[in-house]
Design a protein around this ligand. Structure first.
Ligand code: BGC
Length: 713
């Protein structure tokens, strides 16, 4: 396809429509399609909608083929539509929410999951996913924690690249284009309140928040979505510094920049644009290409051009980028691409995909505490399953085409794992965060009577899937009063209890930590959650995941392990870092997670104590499985730069490795430290390493205190 020729044949109006993304109901007048934000009457004409470039909110081979046919019959140049959707943790077969995938610390698994999602989505007619969402988050109150892989720039960057690879791969028909979001620093919103402002210096932005987006760009991501928030007063949609200077010029990104839902229009509400015309001008000047769910470009682009406020080259650059992606996806040759109703039947929810979803859920579940009650004996006679989230599939907030009814509940999973046991169920309470124990006294009593004589009790608590995600920030992240009371009362009558939390964010667990004999964080696990949980609790598989975010106490958020050193570190005495009403440390640190076995990790041994900038140091530890079963440990390397031109974090994750060991078995794990691991954004604005001392910590969580030192000469 000669794209330049096509471009030259397009009118200005057609170019502006090409740069617009709407939902199907606007172009067809039929009410079909998912809407994920506010709707208004856009007041655009039939002529404009017939040349629209892309749609969101449609899914399924049949619907997408019909829409494509309808569009091609109207579009004067027969330019196929690009269909985009939020395929965030699966399309029909759902795997754990990204925060859960982050907990797996397993990039191969993340890549495989995204490849599975791409395969299901592509036969369902989707061309582009609005993923990976890789916003670094330090505040557990933010609703969208669940969509990211957590608080660490190193882990997020690895996950980001793996996810892009999984979705896009070789761009064959069972792959889709990826769109990294939300550029930039959306996770740093004030107070953890979704959509709120972000104020952040360049140092923090570049050092912590940008690396994971950059990793996606380096991995070849095709699209970048700008975020809703202002960054230092400028909404990302109009942020030339972010989009043009950093993304395009510094990082060399030549793909498509798309807005978030209605975000151009919302610049009026931000108070930086007077009207829609002003929005169009500012967004275009920031080199945006596609406007999602507002119509500032189509309505005012031509006027701006006639007035000389924008140039036709700006439009041409954007349209060419869109046409290039359509061509790369093969849409000019086959506008349906992989959409295929028969293939949907075969591929969606197939046994292989369910198996991967189960494996992913098993590898994301974090065991925080175990007083020896787990694993439960497989010969149990009676299992009491209690809790508001035990009797339905917990598929996660961006469930796309997945259905709770197709997912395995805990009750169903336990029936599969211990088919001969009697299983009893009581709801016990609801998942409502403000519910008081006295409001559900009867439900708690009923639960106690079932739990009393059970051989195993599984308490399934935490958050329903709609309690985290977009627009679901929480001011308080504590376990509710009713759930706390239920845990206390059940554990009083039966110690053979596992407390399992479903959540899309860290919860404040201090009130229940001493009471619970065994605590599991299961996130929102997806289609195979119930089977995965039963396998873990009855010991068919072992726990191996680690927390991708700190689990703080109520009131500590934002709290993150890699915070800067201060003049008065915490010493648990007066006039030092901390609180006067709450302990300084969180309930569980980043990187923490147990297994049914335990591991000894020796002190790190360094191959040398001095290193020149062109040399490397090998750090070696011996890891031994000192328990009674096989297990996988994630050995983590942290570094602290002791003295630098700017204050540096107490420690930073710089590498990790998983080792699988049989009981009694040992392995040597080594990491190479080169100058790359020591670089940071220095006071002079360079990305470089500075000479001096460094501390090296190796352990199985971020709160490790022992270290060795070396010097960069
Ligand atoms: C969200 C995006 C999402 C978009 C399209 C917005 O409200 O912020 O993450 O991709 O809707 O559904």
């Amino acid at each position: 396809m000669d794209l330049l020729k096509l471009l030259n044949e397009m009118t200005v109006d057609e170019k502006l429509a090409q740069m617009t993304q709407l939902v199907p109901q606007i172009i067809t007048d039929k009410g079909e399609g998912v809407i994920t934000g506010p709707m208004r009457n856009f007041g655009i004409t039939k002529k404009e909608t017939s040349s629209v470039g892309t749609l969101l909110g449609a899914s399924g081979a049949k619907q997408i083929k019909d829409l494509q046919d309808f569009h091609l019959s109207e579009d004067p140049h027969k330019i196929p539509l690009l269909f985009m959707a939020d395929v965030i943790h699966g399309y029909r077969t759902l795997y754990p929410v990204p925060l859960g995938l982050g907990a797996s610390f397993d990039v191969d698994l993340a890549e495989k999951c995204c490849a599975m999602a791409a395969k299901e989505a592509s036969v369902g007619g989707i061309h582009v996913t609005f993923a990976p969402m890789i916003d670094l988050v330090r505040d557990a109150r933010w609703g969208r924690c669940m969509e990211t892989t957590g608080e660490d720039p190193y882990l997020n960057s690895k996950m980001s690249a793996a996810m892009v690879k999984g979705f896009q791969g070789d761009f064959s028909k069972d792959k889709i284009a990826a769109c990294v979001k939300h550029f930039a620093a959306y996770g740093a919103c004030d107070g953890g309140r979704d959509y709120d402002a972000v104020e952040m210096g360049d140092h923090t932005l570049r050092e912590y928040y940008l690396p994971a987006y950059k990793a996606a760009v380096d991995a070849g991501v095709e699209l970048v979505m700008t975020s809703f928030n202002t960054l230092n007063g400028i909404p990302s949609s109009a942020n030339k510094y972010l989009v043009d200077d950093i993304l395009r010029k510094e990082w060399g990104f030549d793909g498509i920049v798309i807005s978030d839902f209605n975000a151009f229009y919302e610049m009026i509400s931000h108070g930086i644009c007077e009207d829609e015309k002003d929005c169009a001008k500012k967004a275009l000047d920031a080199t945006s290409d596609i406007e999602m769910m507002s119509t500032c470009f189509v309505k005012y682009g031509k006027e701006l051009l006639e007035e000389g406020a924008i140039t036709e080259k700006q439009l041409d650059d954007a349209v060419l980028r869109i046409l290039r992606l359509k061509e790369k996806l093969g849409l000019f040759d086959n506008p349906y691409r992989a959409a295929d109703e028969e293939a949907e039947k075969k591929i969606h929810l197939c046994a292989e995909h369910r198996e991967l979803a189960r494996e992913a859920a098993e590898k994301s579940a974090v065991l925080l505490k175990n007083d020896g009650v787990l694993p439960f004996d497989k010969n149990v006679k009676k299992v009491a399953i209690i809790g508001p989230v035990a009797d339905h599939g917990m598929i996660g907030g961006w469930y796309c085409c997945g259905k709770s009814s197709e997912a395995i509940s805990v009750i169903a999973g336990v029936k599969n794992a211990v088919p001969n046991a009697e299983i009893v169920f009581a709801r016990g309470c609801s998942a409502h965060p403000n519910e008081k124990a006295e409001e559900v006294a009867d439900l708690i009593d009923e639960a106690i009577s079932l739990a009393k004589d059970a051989d195993a009790v599984i308490l399934c608590l935490g958050e329903e899937i709609d309690m985290s995600g977009e627009a679901h920030s929480r001011a308080r992240i504590s376990v509710s009063d009713s759930q706390t009371e239920l845990i206390k009362r059940v554990c009083e009558v039966n110690k053979k209890t596992a407390v399992v939390f479903y959540c899309g964010r860290p919860l404040a667990l201090e009130k229940i930590d001493d009471v619970s004999p065994a605590t599991v964080i299961f996130w929102h696990p997806g289609t195979e959650g119930g089977n995965a949980l039963a396998n873990l609790l009855f010991g068919n598989v072992n726990f191996q995941a680690k927390l991708p975010m700190t689990f703080p106490r109520e009131g500590q958020s934002p709290y993150y392990y890699n915070h800067l050193r201060t003049g008065r570190p915490n010493t648990n005495s007066g006039y030092c870092l901390g609180y006067s009403d709450t302990p300084y440390k969180p309930v569980y640190p980043f990187g923490y997670g147990l297994s049914y076995t335990s591991f000894d990790i020796s002190a790190p041994v360094l191959s040398r104590t001095e290193m020149a900038t062109d040399e490397s140091i090998t750090v070696t530890v011996n890891v031994k499985n000192v328990g009674n079963c096989s297990g996988i440990e994630t050995v983590q390397l942290y570094i602290q730069d002791v003295t630098a031109s700017v204050a540096r974090p107490v420690k930073e994750l710089k590498g990790y490795q998983k080792v699988c060991l049989a009981p009694g078995e040992s392995a040597t794990v080594s990491f190479d430290i080169t100058i790359e691991e020591l670089k940071f954004h220095t006071f002079c604005g360079k990305y470089d390493a500075e000479k001096g001392k460094f501390k090296v910590f190796v352990g199985n969580h971020s709160d490790i205190e022992t270290f060795e030192t070396f010097e960069l000469k």
